[in-house]
Design a protein around this ligand. Structure first.
Ligand code: RFL
Ligand code: PHB
Length: 390
C-alpha cells in the first residue's frame, strides 16, 4: 500500500490531522493499535480552547460541538474557604473556552473519516516506522497475522506517550525533559447535573479537587489521590464524602450524588521531547509532550501541533517548499513550553505536596491571595487558560 502521509495513532491528533489532509486532497492512512471502541471508551479531556474549536471548524468537524458544547466565560478557584472567579471573557477581550468531551470530538472525526472513505486500520499490531531519515520512509505493521508495508512521503507520529514513534527516534538526537508529581487524579463520571454552571478548581488541605462536566446533566469530578491508590479503594460513597469535604460549603451543598459509571486514576506528569521532527518523521501531541491535566492543555496542544504540521504539509505539496516542515519543531515547541509552564504552575499552586511542608502551603496561600486581589495576575491566568495565540 502507498499513501502520502502515514499517520500512526487514531487519537484526536491523528484523526484531526487525517481529516484536514483528506479535505486538502492529501492522501493519508491511519494505523491504530487498538479498536475503534477502545479509542472511544477512553474518558479524557473536556475543555477546548477557541483555537481548537476554530481548527475543528476548518475541518468541518464542529457541527455537533456548536450544538451541544457548553461555552464557558469563566471558572473559579476555591481556597481558604473562599471562591475566586477568573473572568475569562472579561479579562481576555471576549475569549472563552468550550466544554465538549474528547470522546465526542473523536466520535465526530471518526464519523467524518467514514464518510470521507479514508483508510484507517484498527487493531494494527507491531507498527514500526522505517527509513525516515531518507525520502522514502515506510511503516510496517501486522493485521490479521499478516505483515504489511505502507510506503509514504511522511510519517506523523500521533501515537501518544507510550507510542512506537517516540520510541523509534534516534536517542542521540533527542533531548528529553521530564517531571513527575507524587500523586494522581481519581476521576469519575456521573449522570447528574454539575455543582455549578462553571468549573471549580479547589485547593484544600486534604488535596486538590475539580468539579467539571460534560453536559447540563453529566458531571466529571476529580480528587487528588496517592499514586499507589487503586480504583477499588474508592467506592462511590468514599468519593462523594471526600469531594464534599474539599469543596467550599455552598458548593458542597450542591453536589448531586449518583452511581458513577466511569472511575479511573491517572498519574500526573510533565514531559517534553525535543526536537519534534526527525527527517520525515514528525512527533505530534502526546507523543512529544505530556502536561498534567490541571491546566486543561493536553488536547489543545495536540491540536496546535496539528495546525502547524498541516500547514507545513500543505506548503510542501502545493508549493514544493520545505520551509514549513523545517520550522515545525521550533514553532510547536515554543507554544508547548508555555503550556508546560502554565500546567506546572497550576499543578504546583493547587495540589498538596507532602514534601514541601508548611512553607510550601504558605506560599500557595500567598499566591492564591495575590491572584484574587490582582487583576494583572488573574489576567495572566485567563490568557493562558483560554489558550495562547498560535
Ligand atoms: P492519544 O489520545 O494518546 O492517542 C494516541 C493514539 O495512538 C495509539 N497508539 C498506537 N497506534 C499504533 N501503534 C502503536 N504502537 C501505538 N501506540 C499508541 C493509541 O492507542 C491512541 O489511540 O494522543 P493524542 O492524539 O496526541 O491526544 C492527546 C490527548 O488525548 C491528551 O493530551 C488529553 O487527553 C489530555 N487531557 C486534557 N487535555 C485538554 O486539553 N483538556 C483537558 O481538559 C484534559 N483533561 C487529559 C484530561 C488527560 C487525562 N488523562 C487520562 C491523562 C484529563 C485526564 C484525566
Ligand atoms: C475534564 O472535564 O475532564 C477536565 C476539565 C478541566 C481540567 C482537566 C480535566 O483542567
Amino acid at each position: 500500500m502507498r499513501t502520502q502521509v502515514a499517520i500512526v495513532g487514531s487519537g484526536p491528533s491523528g484523526l484531526l490531522l487525517g481529516r484536514l489532509l483528506t479535505a486538502a486532497g492529501i492522501d493519508n492512512v491511519i494505523l491504530e493499535r487498538t479498536s475503534k471502541e477502545h479509542v472511544l471508551g477512553r474518558v479524557r479531556a473536556g475543555v477546548l480552547e477557541q483555537g481548537t474549536v476554530s481548527l475543528l471548524d476548518e475541518a468541518g468537524a464542529a457541527g455537533r460541538l456548536h450544538r451541544e458544547g457548553l461555552p464557558h466565560d469563566g471558572f473559579s478557584i476555591a481556597f481558604s474557604g473562599r471562591l475566586h472567579r477568573i473572568d475569562l471573557h472579561g479579562l481576555t477581550g471576549g475569549r472563552r473556552v468550550t466544554v465538549y468531551g474528547q470522546t465526542e470530538m473523536a466520535h465526530d472525526l471518526m464519523d467524518l473519516r467514514n464518510s470521507d472513505g479514508a483508510t484507517s486500520v484498527y487493531e494494527a499490531s507491531d507498527v514500526e516506522p522505517h527509513d525516515f531519515d531518507t525520502n522514502a520512509p515506510f511503516v510496517t505493521y501486522s493485521k490479521d497475522g499478516i505483515t504489511r508495508r505502507l510506503d509514504c512521503d511522511f510519517i506523523a507520529g500521533c501515537d501518544g506517550s507510550h507510542g512506537i514513534c517516540p520510541r523509534s527516534v534516534p536517542q542521540k538526537a533527542v533531548q528529553h525533559y521530564e517531571r513527575g508529581y507524587p500523586f494522581g487524579w481519581l476521576g469519575i463520571l456521573v449522570e447528574r447535573p454539575p455543582v455549578d454552571h462553571e468549573l471549580i478548581y479547589v485547593n484544600h488541605e486534604r488535596g486538590f479537587a475539580l468539579c467539571s462536566m460534560r453536559s447540563h446533566t453529566r458531571s466529571r469530578y476529580y480528587v487528588q489521590c496517592p499514586l499507589d491508590d487503586r480504583v477499588e479503594d474508592w467506592p462511590d460513597q468514599r468519593f462523594w464524602d471526600e469531594i464534599r469535604r474539599r469543596l467550599p460549603e455552598a458548593a458542597a451543598g450542591h453536589v448531586t450524588v449518583g452511581p458513577s459509571f466511569e472511575k479511573s486514576i491517572a498519574p500526573l506528569r510533565s514531559s517534553v521531547t525535543e526536537p519534534m521532527r526527525f527527517g520525515r518523521l514528525f512527533l505530534v501531541g502526546d507523543a512529544a509532550h505530556i502536561v498534567p491535566p490541571t491546566g486543561a492543555k493536553g488536547l489543545n496542544l495536540a491540536v496546535s501541533d496539528v495546525r502547524y504540521l498541516f500547514d507545513a504539509l500543505v506548503e510542501f505539496y502545493r508549493e514544493g517548499s520545505e520551509a514549513g516542515i523545517d520550522a515545525y519543531s521550533a514553532k510547536a515547541l515554543a507554544r508547548v513550553w508555555k503550556a508546560e509552564r502554565f500546567s506546572w504552575w497550576m499543578t504546583n499552586t493547587l495540589h498538596r505536596f507532602p514534601e514541601t511542608g508548611p512553607f510550601g502551603r504558605r506560599i500557595q496561600e500567598a499566591e492564591l491571595d495575590y491572584l484574587s486581589r490582582s487583576e494583572a495576575a488573574s489576567t495572566a491566568v485567563a490568557e493562558n487558560y483560554v489558550g495562547l495565540p498560535y
